[in-house]
Write a protein that binds this ligand. Structure first.
Ligand code: SAM
Length: 450
């Protein structure tokens, strides 16, 4: 039995895709290698959002190509976003056998059958499949794994014994943010029907899952019609046995009054909202084509905090977007100070192929981006530490997920506001909702005792 190892880069969507592909390959009779060194086939599920993510995967593949000299039968492949955007050019290194874009994962078992000679036809040296935008007309191909897997239920594709699960509700992105490569790598938006999603979550709950995170590139665009996402949240909230619901990633534009009210009315919807602001400068927001301005964004935060006092709010920031002046950056810094986010992810602008921002004038030098990155991080970290420190001495409810790290003694869980809590406990507590008293805090985690 040939064994496959998949290394995943990037977002939760990629993690979910790797899980789905693993399930497809298992069904086709492939083994799953726990260690890369045990594998006959190694696939890198790639990310393209920033250049750094691409370079990491390319560096890794260069190392694997060297290793192949000692193991000539080894099959190497790229899948996912970078495979989609770079296509056949990735085959420049002759050691690589496979490049499969984001909407063709369901063909992976066939390609591997061909490459390993299992298909009975002459073995090709390499396979490339990266459909262009518009070509992928099927409504929701990656999750059509039921077709491949016969009547196998979707729940089998999640890790056994897991307390939390990601549930993909849509694919693709129809937004036009000028910095972002995702619409090109993930194709047009396609949503799954509510009933199918609810059915999958019911099965997950029957198998012990207590918390689900609804997943998509822009979940607030789900179903394309106004209020469709809130309808979905309401249906998921009604599932007996499910304790918590989260979602990622939304777009600030999607936070209408109905979604704000859902935070007030749906008891299972956790009080955490990730609202990627990207910039605090109206001029830059316009150049990014984000569809909101600073005032509108701050209004959403105000409404959310009124609807659910104590809600955890996190964000994404891009510093060094083309033409960003010191004044523009100061507007971002002042927004960060004003909102006091619970956590924030700061990214240096990275030029992405075929995006409008890549050809904008006034691309900024790296040292300027680095300085602004450090300055934004300092504000974000100070706010995060302040929020976390306030919890010292308080008792918070956590859902216990498991050991804090592989082989670690301590356990970990999350608060409803999405803060990580590490505590002394035991494995039998996994899946339980527990009160934990917080004794210590850092910028990224809380430490407590049962
Ligand atoms: N749904 C999110 C939104 O509201 O736009 C996009 C998710 S994106 C995969 C995650 C984050 O990566 C973005 O929020 C943005 O901050 C960052 N990002 C995307 N493109 C980038 C680029 N070209 N350079 C730097 N950071 C980028």
């Amino acid at each position: 039995m040939k064994k496959v190892f998949i290394k995943t880069y990037g977002c939760q969507m990629n993690v979910r895709d790797s899980e789905a592909v693993t399930a497809l390959l298992r069904k086709r009779g492939y083994g799953i290698a726990v260690r890369e060194t045990d594998a006959d086939i190694i696939l890198l599920n790639t990310c393209s959002v920033r250049d750094l993510a691409e370079q990491k995967a390319i560096g890794k593949m260069t190392g694997l190509a060297h290793a192949k000299k000692r193991k000539p039968g080894l099959i190497l492949g790229y899948m996912g976003c970078m495979a989609q955007s770079r296509g056949a050019e990735l085959l420049k290194t002759p050691a690589i056998n496979l490049v499969v874009g984001t909407q063709k994962f369901h063909h992976l078992p066939d390609y591997l059958d061909q490459l390993t000679g299992r298909a009975g036809c002459p073995q090709p040296a390499a396979v490339v499949e990266t459909p262009r935008r518009g070509e992928d007309t099927a409504p929701y191909q990656i999750l059509d794994i039921k077709d491949e897997a016969g009547s196998e239920s979707a729940v089998k594709h999640h890790e056994p014994g897991a307390v939390t699960a990601y549930v993909s509700i849509m694919q693709g992105c129809d937004m036009h943010c000028t910095f972002c490569i995702v619409p090109a790598t993930r194709g047009a938006e396609r949503s799954r029907p509510i009933l199918e999603i609810v059915d999958e979550i019911r099965q997950l709950v029957d198998n012990g899952v207590k918390e689900v995170t609804l997943l998509g590139q822009i979940v607030t665009s789900y179903g394309r019609k106004k209020s469709e996402f809130v309808k979905l949240l309401t249906a998921v909230n009604a599932i007996t046995g499910l304790e918590r619901v989260r979602f990622t990633a939304p777009h600030p534009q999607g936070f209408g009054d109905d979604l704000v009210a859902a935070y007030r009315d749906l008891e299972k919807l956790c009080e955490h909202a990730h609202l990627p602001v990207q910039s605090g400068s109206d001029r830059i927001l316009k150049a990014m084509r984000r569809g909101y301005n600073r005032e509108k964004y701050l209004k959403i935060i105000e409404k959310l905090r009124a609807a659910r006092p104590g809600i955890g709010i996190t964000t994404d920031i891009i510093v060094g977007f083309p033409s960003e002046t010191d004044e523009d950056f100061e507007a971002t810094a002042s927004l960060l100070r004003e909102v006091q986010f619970d956590q924030g992810y700061v990214f240096k602008y990275s030029k992405r192929r075929d995006t409008p921002a890549a050809t904008m004038p006034d691309q900024l030098p790296e040292p300027v981006k680095e300085d602004r990155n450090q300055a934004a991080l300092a504000i974000v970290n100070a706010a995060a530490l302040c929020h976390n420190t306030k919890l010292i001495g308080q008792t918070v409810e956590i859902l216990v997920e498991g050991r804090s790290a592989k082989g670690a003694k301590r356990m970990m869980g999350r608060t409803r506001t999405n803060k990580i809590v590490v505590f002394d406990g035991n494995e039998r507590q996994a899946g339980q909702l527990l009160p934990v008293r917080i004794e210590r805090a850092t910028t990224v985690a809380l430490y407590g005792n049962k």
